[in-house]
Design a protein around this ligand. Structure first.
Ligand SMILES: [Zn+2]
Length: 239
């Protein structure tokens, strides 16, 4: 299962991968299927899957075939972008033998390794939407939209803008940002984004941190209602 510091370790691994692929922090909205095909030697194809909830499959290379990813043609291009990244992380980190393949569904199934699925999802999210890039983008757009449209509409409008920029769906952006509330809080409290150590949901629970109680406007405007319940010094000491 997930180890202590695994989110931070995984993010460092993905950072190295981005560097190898020459994707620096200024690059947003790239096509993972294109990168797989053109730069990683992975065959990517799409088929209209009939199995409900099936999003993607990955097959490690054999003597006769190269690494292959199959995506669901019924899904949108932005959805497929994420699905492809998810499958690529499996090929990169989870292959144990040539006969092993991966079939990934909307929800993790009992026969799947939940840690592998967590890594594939978290790794895909970090590859496409690195926290050190998307958090400052979100805060900037949020402030801009707050000024333009008011507090009520700022969240939705900035999420829609980010979805266009990063080539994923607004739902994926929302999910990603909800997962990054801990890191977002540190950034909004004035911490250098490069110095923030990511903490997984599981680790947050272990340290009694419940970020779900804070909505984005509170975090972005750094206005905690109960500041003693979110003691930055204490949480830095955790490491
Ligand atoms: Zn998977």
């Amino acid at each position: 299962m997930e180890n202590k510091g695994s989110k931070a370790k995984l993010y460092r691994y993905i950072g190295d991968l981005r560097e190898c692929l020459h994707i620096d922090s200024t690059v947003r909205g790239f096509s993972i299927p294109e990168i797989c095909r053109e730069r990683l030697g992975v065959m990517v194809t799409e088929i209209p899957f009939k199995t409900p909830g099936l999003r993607g499959m990955a097959y490690p290379e054999t003597k006769e075939t190269q690494d292959t990813i199959i995506l669901n043609a019924h899904r949108s291009k932005h959805e497929q972008n994420f699905d492809c990244a998810h499958e690529y992380i499996h090929l990169l980190r989870h292959r144990t033998n040539r006969s092993q393949s991966f079939s990934c569904y909307e929800k993790v199934r009992p026969n799947q390794n939940p840690f592998f699925e967590w890594e594939a999802n978290e790794g895909a999210a970090e590859l496409i939407m690195p926290f050190q890039v998307i958090i400052p983008d979100f805060v900037e757009y949020y402030h801009r939209k707050e000024e333009e449209l008011g507090k009520e509409k700022a969240e939705k409008a900035s999420i829609a803008m980010l979805a266009g920029k990063y080539h994923v769906t607004p739902k994926m952006i929302e999910f990603r940002l909800n997962n990054l509330k801990y890191e977002l809080a540190f950034y909004c409290a004035g911490c250098d984004i490069d110095k923030i150590e990511p903490l997984s949901k599981r680790q947050q629970i272990q340290h009694n941190i419940n970020m779900d109680r804070f909505d984005f406007s509170i975090l972005i405007n750094n206005a905690f209602r109960e500041p003693e319940e979110f003691d930055f010094d204490y949480y830095f000491e955790v490491y």
